[in-house]
Design a binder for this molecule. Structure first.
Ligand code: FMN
Length: 188
């Protein structure tokens, strides 16, 4: 069984990222995959106040450890000021360097109220996880006008975007399994 974790990429209360994550979790269940949700509202931010890089912080280690241990990640990424949310960068910065994202399969779902569905945010995020040697799944999905265009039960109202999301959900687990066939392509 694949250990898949969905990262809801903001700490904003009542976020669309969390609604999209919950939808994805149900869709993956239908594919026979029991995906977890890492909700960045729960990041123990008080533990890192003042800059605790490199220190042993058990709560932080446990929290980021869910992503470190996963076989694959789905990053649900809102767009904030033309980029991805600061809490998501903080989360990545507290993932142990260099091994924790090395060769990690990652699928990206952008969401924003704007017309481009978080494209800028996802592309910035890709630059960072690319630096950390992750395998980004080529089928990216962008949910534009998310407030009107996304329904927690039905998914995306735009038919093409919904088809792309369904395709990502079907094919991402196979991408992970294919990488796992060759031990040089996955981390220990
Ligand atoms: C701090 C902040 C900055 C935002 N900046 C952008 C932006 O640059 N482009 C955009 O299309 N929407 C922007 N929005 C709108 C969000 O994309 C929209 O509210 C989206 O639903 C936010 O995701 P969330 O609900 O998961 O927090 C911004 C929202 C917030 C709270």
């Amino acid at each position: 069984m694949i250990d898949l974790q969905i990262i809801s990429g903001t700490d904003r209360p009542n976020s669309n990222a969390l609604r999209v994550s919950a939808y994805l979790q149900r869709q993956y269940q239908q594919e026979g995959i029991d995906a977890g949700i890492i909700d960045l509202q729960d990041f123990p931010i008080e533990q890192v106040s003042g800059g605790r890089y490199g220190e042993h912080l058990p709560e932080v280690d446990d929290f980021v450890g869910q992503a470190v241990e996963a076989d694959g990640l789905v990053m649900v990424c809102p767009e904030y000021n033309g980029g991805y949310p600061g809490i998501l960068k903080l989360f990545i910065d507290y993932m142990p360097f260099p091994g924790s994202l090395d060769k990690k399969p990652i699928a990206m779902v952008g969401e924003a109220n704007g017309a481009f569905g978080g494209l800028r945010a996802v592309e910035q995020l890709q630059q960072v996880v690319g630096y950390r040697n992750a395998h980004v799944f080529p089928e990216r999905v962008f949910i534009s006008r998310v407030n009107e265009n996304f329904d927690e039960e039905e998914g995306i109202k735009d038919q093409l975007q919904q088809e792309l999301l369904a395709s990502q959900i079907t094919h991402f687990p196979q991408f992970i399994r294919d990488l796992q066939q060759d031990e040089s392509l996955v981390s220990d």
